[in-house]
Ligand binder design. Structure first.
Ligand SMILES: N[C@@H](CCC(=O)N[C@@H](CS)C(=O)NCC(=O)O)C(=O)O
Length: 215
C-alpha cells in the first residue's frame, strides 16, 4: 500500500507525522504543498490544514491521529510513558520559540514557499499574530539567551539520546518536533545531552535538522 503524507516542511505538526514513518521504517510518499494552496487540503479534509495522510483514497488530518494510526501498524514503537515535565518544558518555551521561528521560516529556502505568492501568504497570515517579522529579526538576543537557559534545564530530563524517557513515547514526537523548529534559529547553544538527543532522533526518524540553513 502506498501512503501519501501531505506536509509543509516547516510545520512542526507535519514533522510529528513524518517522524512515525521513520521510527517504524515504513515507506511513504512525501508531498509538499505550496503554502497558499487552499483548494488541495480543503478538497481532502474540508479545511486548509496539514499534515494530511492519504491511505487507500481516505484522508486523515491531525498529526497525533496520524502518529497513533501509523504506530498501530504492526508492533507499536511508542510504548513508553510520557513524563509531564517534558510537556511542561515544551509549553514553557513554546511562545518564545515560535516568535523566533516564524520569521526565520518565512525566509527559509523551503519548497512550500517556492512561489512569491506562497511565501507572501505565509508572512501575511503569521504577522497577524506576531507583528512585523522585520521587527522580530532586528534583535533576538534576549529570546535566544532565554532559550539557551531553558535548554540547560532540559538536559537533565533526557535519560537517553535514543528516547527522552528511555523508551520511545509520544514525548519524543512532541519534543523532537520542537527542537527541530529550534534548529532554524542561529545562536542556540545545545548542552551535550540535548545535542546527542537531536542527532539521534533526527537519525532515527529520518527528519533532517535545519542547522545548515539556520538564520
Ligand atoms: N491540530 C493540527 C494542527 C495542524 C496545523 O496547525 N497545521 C498548520 C501548519 S503548521 C496549518 O496547516 N495551518 C494552516 C495554514 O498554514 O494555512 C495537527 O496537529 O495536525
Amino acid at each position: 500500500m502506498t501512503r501519501k503524507l501531505y506536509i509543509y516542511d516547516h510545520c512542526p505538526f507535519c514533522v510529528k507525522a513524518e517522524m512515525i514513518f521513520g521510527l517504524k521504517n515504513l515507506p511513504f510518499e512525501r508531498i509538499i504543498l505550496l503554502n497558499d494552496d487552499e483548494a488541495g487540503p480543503i478538497s481532502m479534509v474540508g479545511r486548509k490544514v496539514l499534515p494530511i495522510l492519504e491511505e487507500e483514497a481516505r484522508f486523515m488530518p491531525e498529526s497525533m491521529d496520524i502518529v497513533t494510526h501509523i504506530d498501530q501498524q504492526g508492533t507499536p514503537v511508542l510504548t513508553g510513558t510520557p513524563n509531564p515535565a517534558i510537556a511542561d518544558w515544551i509549553n514553557a518555551t513554546n511562545s518564545t520559540l515560535y516568535r523566533l521561528y516564524l520569521p526565520r521560516a518565512a525566509c527559509a529556502p523551503l519548497p512550500e514557499f517556492a512561489t512569491t505568492a506562497a511565501r507572501a501568504y505565509f508572512v501575511q497570515r503569521k504577522e497577524e499574530f506576531t507583528g512585523p517579522f522585520f521587527e522580530i529579526l532586528k534583535d533576538s538576543s534576549v529570546e535566544i539567551a532565554s532559550l539557551n537557559k531553558m535548554l540547560e534545564m532540559l538536559a537533565p530530563l533526557i535519560r537517553n539520546p535514543e528516547a527522552v524517557n528511555g523508551t520511545l513515547s509520544t514525548d519524543d514526537i512532541h519534543l523532537f518536533a520542537h527542537v527541530h523548529s529550534l534548529s532554524l534559529v542561529r545562536g542556540i547553544q545545545y548542552p551535550p545531552a540535548v545535542e546527542a538527543y537531536r542527532q539521534a532522533m533526527s537519525r532515527r526518524s529520518g527528519v533532517g535538522l535545519y542547522d545548515t540553513i539556520a538564520v
